[in-house]
Design a protein around this ligand. Structure first.
Ligand SMILES: [Zn+2]
Length: 359
């Protein structure tokens, strides 16, 4: 089925554009079950349009202004600094009974979404964001999603804290050494990383760990030894199975989101040539839903999360496809940054427009 002599099916761009535009339009109102991650869904939708290079053509200035306004409406502050909430109806927790707290993952996705929408970041309180990130770090070096040990504490939050520090160009607010020691404690004998110490290695958290180590300011603790690097590479390569897709854990089925996590982790290690890019693209093409959007596996229903990560995965590996196959299938993308998980141009906009540090 995934024979290299088969032509690569076209990337159904028009259908994917329609899928994420529909998700953006239907977000307000009824989808209460998605409320806790609404900010992240906005990122997957506007991010998909950004990857496809159609944001200006497929949306109006009124759309983009209203999305920017909605994101800024989730910007909240308090004694633990300022950041972005997941959405307007977030449940208050007992830990933060006096305020609706910003959330680390949502702050990272909000900053990238605002950059995609070419916001000027004039409303961003830089010291407030740094105070918030600091308040999310725990004594063992890990990060919680909310200040003062609130919410989940795992590698997702640490990665988002590192992305925010990288985008703001300021690491002074956190204890980088202890954070890196926490990342190291999540490493497993297989060469992958678990969500927490002693957890099973997982494709998603392995990406988060390797990206965090590369984002960190240069230092001996952030470097893998050649033997560690080889073991990680080997574990990741063996997660690409006969379907061309990637599985998240040993023995599981392939899933398009793990194509991103595994594929990006190999790019970070500089081992992208170890991945079979043609089979990889074939698997993602087979997960395209006939009416638009991309699913986690062939025959399943699509969602913005798998659509975005699939497009990001092919954006990274399209340059490794033969030029004729790329052109024929419309698999053409602009450069992608595997560390920040956004287009290079979008990351550049954020770095240039987020208010600069004052000395
Ligand atoms: Zn998935």
């Amino acid at each position: 089925m995934y024979n290299h002599r088969n032509p690569l099916p076209p990337l159904a761009r028009a259908g994917h554009i329609a899928h994420v535009k529909h998700a953006l339009a239907s977000l307000p109102g009824s989808q209460v079950n998605l409320d806790a991650s609404r900010m992240a869904i906005v990122f997957y939708c506007v991010g998909s349009l950004d990857l496809l290079g159609v944001l200006q053509d497929e949306t109006t200035e009124i759309d983009r202004t209203s999305w920017r306004r909605w994101i800024w409406e989730q910007y909240a502050g308090g004694r633990y600094g300022t950041g972005f909430k997941p959405g307007p109806f977030m449940t208050k927790t007992s830990v933060h009974s006096d305020q609706e707290s910003p959330h680390l993952i949502m702050t990272y996705t909000a900053l990238l979404s605002l950059s995609i929408l070419r916001d000027d970041f004039s409303r961003l309180n830089r010291p407030g964001v740094l105070t918030f990130v600091r308040a999310c770090q725990n004594p063992n070096g890990s990060f919680s999603s909310m200040p003062n040990n609130g919410g989940d504490s795992d590698l997702r939050n640490l990665y988002c804290a590192f992305c925010i520090c990288s985008l703001l160009g300021d690491w002074s607010c956190i204890d980088v050494e202890r954070a890196i020691a926490f990342v190291a404690s999540c490493r497993t004998y297989e060469g992958g990383y678990g969500q927490l110490p002693s957890c099973e290695a997982h494709g998603g958290t392995t990406y988060l760990a390797l990206a965090s180590l590369r984002l960190a300011p240069p230092g001996p603790r952030a470097r893998l030894t050649p033997a560690e690097r080889a073991r990680s590479e080997n574990w990741l390569v063996h997660n690409q199975d006969a379907s061309g897709g990637f599985r998240g854990r040993t023995g599981k089925a392939s899933d398009t989101c793990y194509c991103f996590w595994g594929g990006a982790a190999l790019q970070i290690l500089g081992a992208e040539d170890k991945l079979d890019a043609y089979a990889f693209a074939q698997f993602i093409a087979a997960c395209q839903f006939p009416f638009g959007g991309i699913a986690k596996a062939p025959g399943q229903g699509p969602d913005p999360y798998h659509t975005y990560l699939s497009l990001a995965a092919v954006a990274m590996y399209a340059p490794r496809l033969e030029a004729s196959a790329r052109r024929y299938g419309q698999w053409e993308f602009t450069p992608f940054d595997p560390l920040l998980n956004a287009r290079v141009e979008t990351v550049r906009w954020a770095r240039e427009h987020i208010p600069a540090r004052r000395f």
